[in-house]
Design a protein around this ligand. Sequence first.
Ligand SMILES: [Zn+2]
Length: 65
Amino acid sequence: MWTCRNCNVSFPFDRVEPEADKQGFFFLCPACDYRNQLVDSGPDAMGRPKLVQSDDGVPPHDQPD
Ligand SMILES: [Zn+2]
């Protein structure tokens, strides 16, 4: 689930489409259009970018999988 940092609503991964621009990965909250930053934590088993939400103050690699 993605959780919007602005309105705190959660969405299943298949409800939102991650996007990327020169500032990095993000998704736009379907409820409030807030830009939620995503972090590429490296390729997954299929070699695709594995995107995670960067929680405040917690490096992505320290989060439980
Ligand atoms: Zn929101």
